[in-house]
Design a protein around this ligand. Structure first.
Ligand code: NDP
Length: 473
């Protein structure tokens, strides 16, 4: 109120300039993943790789297959035919597989629409005049409701949960089908509805990255729905199904199998309990809904991340006790850091924006909310947290996520066991894949933040010099 007209017009101008710059950054096309050729390779190879690992686990006890390994004197061509026949036999798109996947998907969409939940505003969308969308974050009630329905269906004989692991191949095939079909429909509909954004002009690249930023069907935000309601819930049910099968067959559940149920429960539960933090993430506010998100959410995550559970279900490995204990500790410590680091940053931002929601969703861990932390105020207007975990390393939550990823593979046997032929590499694939995903994300994010915050970002990097592990890297 005490500002002079000159000062006011200066700050209005600075605000307008800032908005223009944000708009420019948001609409800038950056060719990633090797451009059209790279993304085409990803789109072709992803399902092939999924089928390959699936067959190795389902039929060959996790042994990587190559010409001659299981059939003496086999040529490359014969190997391809063998793999194709295995896929046809084990992952045929059956009607039952269709029903399981499709009904599950529709069920998740219906409850996402009808259940009430806290309404959270997303970030201002630069390409839509900085409008903010409302998100109904009813994830936690939908998640508990899904568990209750699954229990009732299983307990009273309407649907045997063991059928999930027994029909993993067909279900995966239908997920691939839906992932591709929904990608194409969304791409076409973006043009029909005039909702295209940040288009590169290359058909293949735009199909991969998407054409539509925030597709919605009525109140259903498709990106939010696909982000956690399908992948993580399905992943959990794959592991639960494998555990129930083991219980039925052996009357007990081994420590590695229980580990996978716990690991996937913690992950899916965390995604839902903190769902109000998702609307402000990169995937929701920046990425478009294309193959990359659609396929990975509907198909890639559940069927590439479930390898350890699938492997345990097929081979029942039993690593040494000390190693199992170590993996449990790694999982729980990793989870604690991951949960609290994400929550510290998100709650800090929400508090400063007056959008903080004091939720009591289970579990609320100590140090999940920081009282009066240190931070940097940037010229751009954003705040960079330098307290809590965020003063220790810039991407400590990625390190924690990788600790969990290691434990998911590790519970099936140590890397030494894999190298000496007493274990399978496949459960470790998630870790390797995830390292690639996260390092790519880090470099992309650092570039973006350096551009967005300029010298304030340099100041932040100086204050918090380490990225992943304090004192080392
Ligand atoms: P981040 O949570 O790291 O978010 C990055 C953004 O946070 C930056 O662009 C910046 O945005 C803001 N930011 C960065 N540093 C600070 C700081 N010090 N203080 C305040 N804000 C800051 O990235 P993701 O969205 O990639 O990851 C979220 C979680 O999801 C992670 O734990 C990750 O491990 C997990 N994840 C899991 C995947 C899986 O498949 N399992 C895949 C990808 C992620 P701004 O412009 O707002 O400043």
């Amino acid at each position: 109120s005490g500002a002079t007209p000159v000062a006011m017009s200066k700050s209005t101008r600075r605000g307008a300039n800032e908005k223009e710059r944000t708009k420019e950054l948001d609409s800038k096309v950056i060719m990633e993943f090797g451009g059209p050729i790279g993304v085409s390779a990803i789109m072709i190879c992803s399902p092939l790789l999924m089928y390959y690992f699936f067959v190795c686990l389902e039929k060959y006890g996790g042994a990587l297959q190559y010409p001659g390994i299981s059939v003496a004197g086999e040529s490359f061509q014969q190997f391809i035919v063998r793999m194709f026949q295995d896929v046809k036999q084990l992952a045929y798109p059956t009607e039952y597989g269709f029903k399981i996947y499709t009904y599950f998907m529709i069920f998740q969409a219906v409850i996402a629409i009808i259940f009430p939940g806290p309404i959270i505003q997303g970030l201002p969308i630069p390409s839509q005049n900085f409008r903010k969308l409302d998100y109904n974050c009813n994830g936690i009630s939908c998640w508990y409701f899904t568990c209750a329905v699954a229990f009732i269906l299983h307990r009273f004989g309407y649907f045997d949960l063991v059928d999930v692991i027994d029909n993993l191949g067909p279900i995966m095939t239908w997920s691939i089908f839906w992932g591709n079909l929904i990608t194409l429909i969304t791409y076409v509909m973006a043009f029909v509805c005039g909702a295209t954004h940040r288009m590169s002009g290359s058909f293949l690249y735009d199909v991969f990255m998407g054409a539509w930023l925030n597709p919605r069907i009525g109140p259903l935000d498709l990106k939010m729905w696909a982000e956690i309601r399908i992948p993580w819930v399905l992943l959990f049910f794959v592991s639960l199904s494998a555990a129930l099968k083991q219980l039925r067959e052996t009357n007990s559940i081994t420590a590695p199998m229980a580990f996978m149920v716990l690991a996937h429960f913690l992950y899916v539960n965390a995604c839902h309990k903190g769902e109000e933090c998702i609307p402000t993430t990169w995937d929701i506010f920046y990425e478009k809904w294309g193959y990359m998100l659609i396929f990975w959410n509907l198909s890639g995550v559940p069927f590439l991340y479930c390898h350890a559970s699938h492997y345990i279900s097929k081979t029942n490995p039993m690593p040494e006790t000390y190693w199992v204990i170590l993996m449990y500790v790694l999982l729980l410590v990793g989870y604690y850091i991951w949960d609290t680091a994400n929550s510290q940053k998100n709650r800090f931002r929400m508090k400063r924006n007056n959008t903080f929601l004091d939720r009591k969703t289970f579990p609320q861990l100590p140090w999940g909310t920081l009282e009066d932390p240190s931070y940097i105020t940037t010229e751009q207007g954003g705040l960079l947290l330098t307290g809590g975990w965020w003063g220790i390393a810039r991407k400590i939550h990625y390190t924690a996520d990788l600790m969990m990823a290691f434990s998911w593979g590790g519970i099936t046997g140590s890397p030494y066991a894999v190298v000496t032929g007493n274990g399978s590499f496949i459960p470790y694939f998630y870790l390797l894949f995830f390292i690639c995903v996260l390092t790519h994300r880090v470099s992309r994010d650092m570039e973006r933040c350096a551009e967005k915050y300029g010298k304030d970002w340099d100041r932040y990097c100086k204050e918090v010099p380490y990225i992943f592990v304090p004192g080392i890297f």
